[in-house]
Write a protein that binds this ligand. Structure first.
Ligand SMILES: Cc1cc2nc3c(=O)[nH]c(=O)nc-3n(C[C@H](O)[C@H](O)[C@H](O)COP(=O)(O)O)c2cc1C
Length: 223
């Protein structure tokens, strides 16, 4: 797929076919993706690639932790509490996903089921967990890891795979450490659910809007 088309077409996929993704293909995607830039070429990223029975156990334990009311021990969250344009965008995303899924605001059961989907990586056959060494302050590595994260999503799409970057997928890092055998000296940053998209799933029809460039750009010296 041509690069501009890939950038245009990438979007978050929230249901996958059960078809496995060959390890060789994942290796190819990662090999290309680590061409991403990083400050002083420090390449602070590491990956845990979970599939098969390991991922199955992680999915089950994520859901069990959620239902037992466990608090999240994630390194950081991506939610926004205060009323702001950012909060409005977050709410609009939820409204659109629930509209596509036919989930009514007051339907607690379906909302819970939706939350559970996130904890089992939207049925993805593979979850890529992005890690960085504990020696590196998060503040210094997040730009780099963000670059490799987006490159993974674009490369995956070029190979016909869908992705969803998922903060929710690392809400219970202790589950990933135990069942994904992630070393103690690695910080867990985020997850990417990856697999072949199930295009008949309603939420996969989402087209998220973007703020027009003129509203977010300060042009200087062009007149
Ligand atoms: C850091 C980060 C964390 C995210 N976490 C989640 C998540 O936990 N659950 C989810 O459904 N989508 C998650 N997303 C996907 C965003 O909701 C999505 O990128 C955004 O709504 C724009 O939509 P698009 O990716 O379809 O263009 C995350 C994206 C990023 C970059």
């Amino acid at each position: 797929m041509e690069i501009l088309e890939t950038i245009r077409k990438r979007k978050s996929i929230r249901d996958f076919k059960p078809d496995p993704v060959p390890r060789e293909l994942l290796e190819e995607i990662l090999t290309l993706s680590v061409r991403a830039p990083s400050g002083v070429n420090k390449q602070p990223w590491e990956f845990a690639i979970l599939s098969g029975p390991v991922l199955e156990k992680v999915k089950q334990e994520n859901v069990a932790h959620f239902h037992s009311g466990q608090k999240s021990h994630a390194s950081f969250g991506s939610g926004i509490d205060r009323v702001s344009v950012y909060r409005t965008r977050q709410v609009n995303l939820a409204i659109e996903l629930f509209r596509l899924m036919g989930i009514a605001r007051e339907d607690k059961e379906k909302r819970t089921q939706w939350t559970e989907r996130g904890f089992y990586y939207f049925n993805a056959p593979v979850a890529i967990i992005l890690l960085t060494d504990e020696a590196l302050p998060l503040q210094r590595v997040l730009l780099d890891v963000g670059a490799v994260m987006q490159t993974i999503c674009l490369t995956a799409l070029a190979y016909g795979l869908g992705t969803c970057i998922e903060g929710q997928g690392v809400m219970f890092p202790e589950v990933l450490r135990e069942y994904g055998d992630i070393p103690k000296n690695k910080q867990i940053i985020t997850a990417i659910a990856i697999g072949y998209p199930n295009w008949s799933f309603p939420a996969n029809k989402i087209e998220t809007p973007r703020e027009p460039i003129e509203n977010i750009t300060f042009w200087r010296g062009f007149d």
